[in-house]
Design a protein around this ligand. Structure first.
Ligand SMILES: NC(=O)c1ccc[n+]([C@@H]2O[C@H](COP(=O)([O-])OP(=O)(O)OC[C@H]3O[C@@H](n4cnc5c(N)ncnc54)[C@H](O)[C@@H]3O)[C@@H](O)[C@H]2O)c1
Ligand SMILES: [Fe+2]
Length: 390
């Protein structure tokens, strides 16, 4: 018996992928016995031809769909409560969540909250809190991502901002995993280069952090490394030319690979990103992209055994730490990721509050090096000032 070989894992939801495959939405609803779905999206997307086209397609097939679009980026409890009310009052029997991580997370949390009597914060991803939930009556979810970043379409969690405490809370339940995800690269064609970059940096951070987390999870490790390779190759192409359907399709795949892999855990990029995003309303993936190299430097010793594998996967000129650091700095520069948190408006006066949030973020425990609150302060300050040491 080898004691460190112990684990439990799930591999995800059914994924339908390919250009034009969103046309299969009506039959997907029927297969799941969804006749009256609530289509959850965000305000910006609700006004686009993309949503109008989906609604028409569903209505033409006799599916009685209504739209709920009161979802902001970094969605809040207020958004979630409005969505739950819309679902209940409309007598819906399923959720079609269409959009980026924000819309998908709200859609998933609405479906999950329908039969619950406790407040959503009782289901934060802490220990076995999810077992407090009433599993009967959770509505079936179809997820249609329009960004390739969070991978929320294959995940069992939703991220909701608790406004009064400036915290991003991860809400978790196994049945929050969508029954089907439809990854249609044509839906991402209109995503502007800046958001393509920002969302892609989230997928990159997921793959990188999941691979670097300690723990026995060879399946997640393999998925994470291949995800890294795909993002390195295809994200620049998707940013350069939004109509490159091959690059869009690969990026969708990589986003769901990141979320598949991060059931192993995430790390300090996310621990710092969450309180920054909750306080400053910065885009999650963009924030991750900025923080990435500072966490890499901070974790240098703890991930020494992982670096050669990452360097080999990315076909870097050497297998050393410096090659991986140079790679991420060059990729960020090429894609236009800002170098410092100061450029996102983060102020040194908030460093203590950010560190206090980071150290208790659920992702902090899995970082390859356990960081104290004081170390999180140093890390945040370094990212604000652009100080990579040396
Ligand atoms: N559930 C998870 O596992 C998980 C993982 C990581 C992050 N998140 C959360 O997801 C959220 C971020 O999601 P995101 O990065 O996808 O961004 P987002 O959903 O906030 O969307 C960003 C912007 O892109 C626009 N947009 C989306 N698709 C578009 C398209 N095809 N064309 C034009 N505009 C489009 C939206 O209208 C919005 O204005 C954050 O709240 C983050 O904390 C969740
Ligand atoms: Fe993320």
């Amino acid at each position: 018996m080898v004691s460190h070989i112990t684990g439990a894992w799930n591999f995800p939801t059914r994924v339908i992928t390919g250009a034009g495959r969103v046309a299969e939405l009506p039959e997907t609803c029927r297969a799941l016995d969804i006749a009256k779905p609530l289509l959850v999206t965000d305000k910006g997307l609700a006004e686009t031809a993309l949503i109008a086209g989906l609604v028409k397609r569903l209505c033409d097939a006799g599916i009685e769909v209504r739209i709920f679009a009161d979802v902001k980026s970094n969605p809040t409890e207020t958004n979630l409560n409005a969505g739950i009310a819309a679902f209940r009052s409309g007598g819906h029997d399923g959720v079609i969540a269409v959009g980026g991580g924000s819309a998908l997370d709200v859609g998933k949390c609405v479906a999950f909250m329908v039969p619950q009597s406790r407040p959503v914060w009782d289901f934060e991803d802490v220990g076995d809190w999810w077992t407090r939930a009433n599993s009967k009556g959770i509505a079936p979810i179809i997820a249609v991502p329009t960004t390739a970043g969070t991978g929320s379409e294959v995940g069992r969690a939703g991220v909701i901002t608790r406004e009064e405490t400036h915290e991003k809370k991860i809400i978790f339940h196994p049945l929050m995993m969508p029954k089907v995800a439809v990854q249609d690269p044509e839906l991402a064609v209109g995503l502007p280069p800046f958001l393509t970059m920002a969302t892609g940096m989230d997928a990159l951070a997921h793959c990188f952090e999941a691979y670097c987390v300690d723990g026995f999870h060879p399946l997640a490790d393999g998925v994470a490394l291949e995800g890294l390779r795909i993002i390195d190759k295809y994200l620049p192409r998707a940013v350069d030319n939004g109509g490159d359907l091959e690059a869009r399709a690969y990026m969708f795949a990589a986003a769901s690979m990141g979320a598949t892999a991060f059931q192993k855990g995430l790390g300090a990029i996310h621990s710092v990103s969450h309180p920054v995003g909750a306080r400053y309303d910065t885009h999650h993936g963009l924030t991750n992209g900025v923080i990435f190299p500072y966490v890499l430097v901070c974790n240098k010793t703890a991930i020494a055994d992982k670096i050669p594998h990452i360097a080999r996967t990315l076909d870097l000129p050497s297998r050393d730490f410096s090659a991986v650091l140079d790679w991420i700095l060059a990729l960020r520069k090429k894609l236009g990721v800002p170098h410092t948190l100061a450029e996102l408006g983060v102020k040194e006066v908030d460093v203590r509050a950010i560190a206090a949030g980071a150290v208790k973020d659920p992702t902090a425990g899995a970082n390859p090096r356990q960081l104290t609150e004081a170390e999180f302060e140093q890390l945040t300050l370094a990212a604000i000032r652009g100080d990579l040491g040396g």
